[in-house]
Design a protein around this ligand. Structure first.
Ligand SMILES: C[S@@+](CC[C@H](N)C(=O)[O-])C[C@H]1O[C@@H](n2cnc3c(N)ncnc32)[C@H](O)[C@@H]1O
Length: 398
């Protein structure tokens, strides 16, 4: 029991990573470049966001008019250790009017239909937003009945009313979070971890082009504000004094279209790769799997332009994935998918050779991992199996 409580507390703490404004702005602007009207007339819902601390709320409020939003809905989550405790985004401003029952220790729902200065003027800034929220003249916020869990009936009702969900959801609930968005057929732009790509629940959506990665490059990593007692932080922000951590495995997941996923990869032929590519120089052919009819390609740059069969590529390929150019066939992390694709079990011959060259790990002859026998017996971790689209099918603009 005590162990469970500790585990839950740790999980909850790991969920308290707050997204930086610049990361949100950079990502959203890439969609606007592709389609300036992507948010026009839309209801955006941030369902893991306390306006008093969320930069998603801040971004959408400050850009409400520019984006042409119809409405912004935000719900906060009561059990959040940081929620409702500070007016962080608005600074420590004593000139603000005293709150008329400021949203404290309850989960709240915030519905913003227009932005303007509290006195009706068209000019506004964050201070006017803070004033507006504090005064709560038009019931911009009301307490929720429950704790603001995105799975609760009242939050699902708000989800149904919305067009696009944008947030950084709790990582520990990522699978459930995505499943709910898919169930309700919502457009979304959310932050997750690259490790989720090969999850049993997530990968089929990626393979079927129902979800893809966002625009911010994979290897950039994002910076997050973390709780004060967080020890593994990257730096302390000069201006705010907040602890900031860098998470190199963070990425955006979305079903909103963007230009980067339609940029084709420029590739060399197999012969050119064998002649010029760093990792292939001196080889007469690409490595082939011992137990599956496909070639192994160590980096997306070495994908041959003229190979028609299946190719195993690192998961990072997804960052360059253009669905008009490639088809995703499978994911080596999923044993049953490997079985369906006809990947054979490693077998005794492979495992003996693997052990003989000092290979360790819990591999047995019955496992369906991708293996290379020549030039040395080696298990290949996490590969996406892809192939060129033979007849490029232009996917409809979503
Ligand atoms: C990774 S943080 C991100 C917060 C905010 N979206 C941002 O990016 O600044 C996830 C947030 O979800 C909240 N949360 C945790 N479980 C939740 C749930 N079941 N429903 C709604 N929110 C939840 C956490 O308290 C936390 O504030």
């Amino acid at each position: 029991m005590a162990h469970d409580n500790l585990k839950n507390a740790k999980r909850a703490r790991n969920d308290e990573f707050y997204t930086q404004y610049a990361d949100i702005q950079k990502e959203i602007e890439a969609y606007l470049e592709y389609d300036a009207d992507v948010f026009r007339g839309k209801v955006v819902y941030c369902n893991c966001d306390d306006p008093f601390e969320s930069n998603f709320f801040r971004y959408f409020i400050l850009n409400f008019k520019k984006l042409g939003l119809k409405q912004l809905i935000t719900t906060s989550y009561k059990p959040s250790p940081v929620a409702n405790t500070q007016l962080e985004l608005y600074g420590d401003d004593n000139t603000l009017p005293k709150a008329k029952g400021r949203p404290k220790l309850t989960a709240n729902k915030f519905i913003i239909n227009e932005v303007h200065d509290i006195d009706g003027g068209s000019e506004f800034n964050l201070k006017s937003v803070a004033r507006k929220l504090k005064a709560n003249k038009n019931n911009e916020w009301t307490p929720l009945e429950g704790d603001g869990d995105f799975r609760s009936a009242e939050c699902i009702e708000l989800l149904k009313q919305s067009d696009i969900v944008v947030t950084n959801p709790p990582f520990s609930l990522f699978k459930e979070y995505v499943a709910q968005l898919v169930e309700y057929g919502k457009k979304f732009l959310i932050i997750g971890n690259t490790n989720s790509i090969t999850y049993l629940e997530i990968f089929p959506l990626i393979r079927n082009n129902k979800i893809w990665l966002g625009c911010t490059n994979f290897n950039v990593g994002m910076f997050f504000k973390v709780p004060d007692d967080w020890e593994r932080f990257h730096h302390i922000d000069d201006e705010t004094g907040w602890k900031i951590a860098r998470v190199s495995t963070s990425c955006w997941y979305t079903n909103l279209d963007h230009g980067r996923r339609h940029e084709p990869l420029n590739l060399m032929t197999m012969a050119e790769n064998l002649k010029y590519s760093k990792n292939l120089k001196g080889k007469s052919a690409y490595d082939r799997y011992f137990n599956y009819d496909a070639i192994d390609v160590g980096t997306y740059k070495e994908i041959p332009s003229d190979y028609d069969g299946v190719m195993g590529v690192p998961v990072t390929f997804l960052d360059k994935y253009n669905p008009d150019q490639f088809e995703i066939v499978g994911n080596s992390d999923d044993g049953s998918m490997m079985r369906e694709l006809g990947v054979r079990a490693l077998g005794h011959k492979f495992i003996s050779a693997y052990r003989a060259r000092g290979g360790t790990g819990h591999y047995s002859p019955g496992m369906r991992m991708l293996g290379l026998l020549e030039p040395q017996a080696r298990i290949i971790f996490k590969r996406l199996l892809i192939r060129h689209r033979t007849k490029p099918t232009k996917l409809e603009k979503r």
